[in-house]
Write a protein that binds this ligand. Structure first.
Ligand code: FAD
Length: 451
């Protein structure tokens, strides 16, 4: 049973790309299960608040004796499941098991010497590697279900007719062309995800350690949409990765594999952070002092950031990628986030929401941790010179600058004559980098001191 709530999509600002990817994935899953004579029921709760009741009604209607559910760690979702558990357990005949499918190591269980959960990534990562080496069974998956006899599903017949809901009106794509483009980039379903994994392990992972921060190479797996929607299992992924590593553990063997698994460990760590600091799932920064920052209301800066017209080529390239592909390379996510919350000094939560509304891979833990405010301010010109040495990523996404040679492409306003620059039809920078970085540091210092 899949519990579907269109108002959840609205509440979280889920993008059309992600909404469509989830619904299409369900369509594929329903067909696969049908082959085994297993119905997939789609239970729709129009309102978020009705979800608990819908589950209970479903349980009663179909005389269910045992519920298995996958755990979700965000506050509202935990409340929902605790609510269901409380009500259904009152019926003494019913069993309720919650499984941890999102991570290999259950969030909150890796603790420091003094017994508290790890709060710092490097020691967490070491502990994760030790634990998965000590207990390789952590990578075991539940075997796929056996096919049902007709008699076993005779009372569930009508569930086979459960329709996959259409994309809600509020989640329609801007055009049919946009939907086609996104579907071609991100084919839904587990088989598509596993194929993408196999291609990545075969062709790209060995270069990952050396080149992962060079967006022009498109160096990463692009599996995030599959992970965040639950379309692939991290256990399946790590089993295949271990095989590709000749059976060695993830801290040995291919350096690319170790570097890549480090990112998977980040994903597990961020779920631990959500569990141990639940306010991060409630629109608050992990470091609560940042909630006291007085943000700027720069309407023009905001619009320029959204459209990729800030006048800073690396930032604009990143924003145009997300607007076109519903995806952005990690290095660009770091830079565009820093630019918004520091150089424009706009409340980082607006950016967090924009990412949710546009990414196909939106994931609460990864997104909120990625946006966590700090004193770090990236210099997007230096970053581009380092990570996009030849300017190819900028050229791909900012056609106005395609004809530029040499280092002018990283800061055309500074490095070309006024006349040459104005011919490009590319905007002047909305803010001066050094002054705006300085302003942000002073503002943070002032407001955090008062907090
Ligand atoms: P790969 O490099 O191939 O990594 C493999 C997997 O590891 C990813 O699919 C992802 O599940 C995980 N992973 C990789 N990098 C990170 C990371 N830095 N933190 C946590 N997990 C990681 N990731 C999301 O999945 N959803 C988000 O909404 C999201 N928002 C972000 C916002 C900001 C501001 C930042 C800085 C990062 C964000 N990330 C998010 C993390 C990261 O950018 C993406 O996971 C990654 O770019 C996805 O591409 P990939 O699948 O090719 O990654």
């Amino acid at each position: 049973m899949y519990l579907y709530s269109p108002s959840d999509f609205t509440f979280h600002g889920t993008s059309p790309a992600r909404s469509d990817f989830i619904l299409d994935g369900l369509r594929i899953l329903r067909e696969q299960l049908k082959q085994k004579n297993i119905p997939l029921a789609i239970v729709t709760a129009e309102e978020r608040g009705a979800k608990m009741q819908k589950v209970i009604e479903f349980v009663k209607e179909h005389d269910i004796s045992h519920i298995y559910a996958n755990m979700e760690y965000e506050v509202d979702e935990l409340r929902r499941d605790i609510g269901v558990a409380k009500q259904v357990l009152e019926e003494k005949t019913l069993a309720f098991d919650v499984l941890h499918d999102q991570t290999v190591v259950v969030p909150g269980t890796l603790t420091t010497g003094s017994g508290g959960p790890h709060k710092v990534f490097t020691p967490y990562s070491k502990a994760w590697l030790t634990e998965t080496k000590r207990d390789p069974g952590l990578l075991d998956t539940v075997p796929p279900p056996e096919a049902n006899d007709d008699s076993a599903v005779s009372n569930l017949r009508k569930l086979f007719d459960s329709k996959i809901p259409d994309l809600p009106d509020s989640k329609q794509f801007d055009s049919a062309e946009a939907q086609d483009r996104i579907r071609r980039l991100w084919p839904a379903g587990n088989a598509a995800g596993m194929k993408r994994l196999a291609d990545f392990l075969h062709n790209k992972v060995s270069d990952y350690a050396a080149h992962r921060s060079e967006p022009a190479r498109d160096p990463s797996s692009r599996l995030s949409a599959y992970f965040s929607s639950g379309t692939i299992s991290v256990r399946q992924v790590l089993q295949q990765t271990k095989k590709a590593n000749g059976g060695k553990h993830f801290d040995a063997g291919d350096a690319g594999i170790s570097a890549w698994v480090r990112e998977i460990i980040f994903r597990e760590f961020y779920r631990q952070v959500t569990v141990t600091t639940p306010h991060t799932a409630m629109n608050l920064p992990q470091n609560l002092k940042f909630d006291f920052v007085e943000w700027e209301d720069d309407v023009e800066g905001w619009e320029k950031w959204c459209e990729g017209k800030t006048g800073v080529p690396f930032i604009d390239a990143g924003m145009r990628q997300i607007n076109t592909e519903a995806y952005m390379h990690n290095r660009l996510r770091m830079n565009t986030a820093s630019y918004l919350r520091a150089n424009l000094l706009i409340d980082y939560r607006k950016g967090e929401r924009y990412f949710a509304e546009h990414l196909i891979d939106w994931d609460l833990s990864n997104n909120t941790q990625g946006w966590e405010p700090s004193y770090t301010v990236f210099n997007p010109v230096v970053q581009a010179e380092k990570c996009d040495k030849h300017g190819d990523y900028i050229r791909q996404w900012v056609p106005e600058l395609r004809g530029l040679k040499g280092k002018a492409i990283f800061a055309p306003h500074d490095r070309l004559s006024k006349e040459e620059f104005e011919k490009l039809g590319y905007p002047y920078p909305h803010v001066n980098y050094s002054e705006s970085a300085q302003r942000a540091k002073q503002r943070y210092k002032r407001d955090l001191a008062d907090a």
